[in-house]
Structures are given as C-alpha cells and as structure tokens.
Design a protein around this ligand. Structure first.
Ligand SMILES: [Zn+2]
Length: 148
C-alpha cells in the first residue's frame, strides 16, 4: 500500500476493524518511511449470482428481496428476524456452492419452501401462495390439505 504522503511502498497495519454489517475492513496504516498514518478500506469482491425468472428475464440475486419475502411470510409467527436472516444465509450459501453463477427462480423458491415447511407451516403456505401464484381457492386448499 503506497503512502499518500511520501509515496513509499511499505507500511505496517496499526489497527484493523471489521464492520460486520458491511463486510468492510478498515485498516489504520503507518508509513515505514515518513511515519504518517492513513486509512484503507478492504472488501472481498462478491461474485454476482443471477436469478433466471420464469419469463426468462434475468436479475441479480438480492439478499434483501429474499429476506423481505421470508419476513412477510413470517409475520406474527414465532420465528424471529435473526432466524430469517440465517435462512437467507444458508440458502445463499448453498446456491453459491452448487450453481456458482446462475440459478432459476424456481430452484430458489423451492429451497425457501423446503426450509419454511420444516420450521413453520403457516409461513410455508403464505410463501407458497405468493410464489406459486395459486390460481384459485381450490388449488390453495389442495396445498393446505397436503400439509394436514
Ligand atoms: Zn510516507
């Protein structure tokens, strides 16, 4: 890391702090030549994951969107936000491991449903009703009956 004051090419790290939320590490460095201190920010480059929708459109995978969908399904259920975030982490992790760059929205939705089915049946039905776009009450009832 080049010193912004004298241009010397070597410095030592005197303090290092990771911001858990943003994933950014802030480093305080000291120039080995002039002794002045400066700050650098470091972040791991994320490999983009693309979601292919039913109509063939592509959009970047959004953690926020997935989390919001899950939280909507969990409204007034006995599952807290932390658990919901953990579900998102698990799903994102498994998708990145198995698919690397692209995943269909069906695969993504199916994974959420699988997890919700295990932890909360009501949330499962809510998510399914949005995701599977039940066409009528009958279809919805069928899905309910499968669960009961
Ligand atoms: Zn310097």
């Amino acid at each position: 890391m080049k010193c912004p004051y004298c241009g010397f090419n070597d410095s030592k790290v005197v303090d290092s702090r990771l911001n858990e939320t943003s994933g950014v590490t802030r480093r305080r460095r000291e120039c080995l030549e002039c002794g002045k201190r400066f700050t650098t920010f470091e972040k791991v480059e994320e490999i983009p994951l693309t979601v292919i929708k039913k109509n063939g459109e592509r959009e970047p995978f959004s953690r926020t969107k997935l989390l919001e969908g899950i939280l909507r399904a969990l409204v007034k259920r006995q599952v807290d936000r932390e658990k919901a975030e953990q579900i998102v982490d698990d799903i994102e992790g498994s998708l990145r491991n198995e698919f690397q760059h692209e995943v269909t929205s069906k695969e993504l939705g199916d994974r959420v449903l699988k997890v919700l089915k295990e932890i909360d049946k009501v949330a499962y039905i809510r998510f399914a009703s949005v995701y599977k776009e039940f066409k009528d009450l009958e279809e919805f009832t069928q899905e309910l009956e499968k669960l009961i």
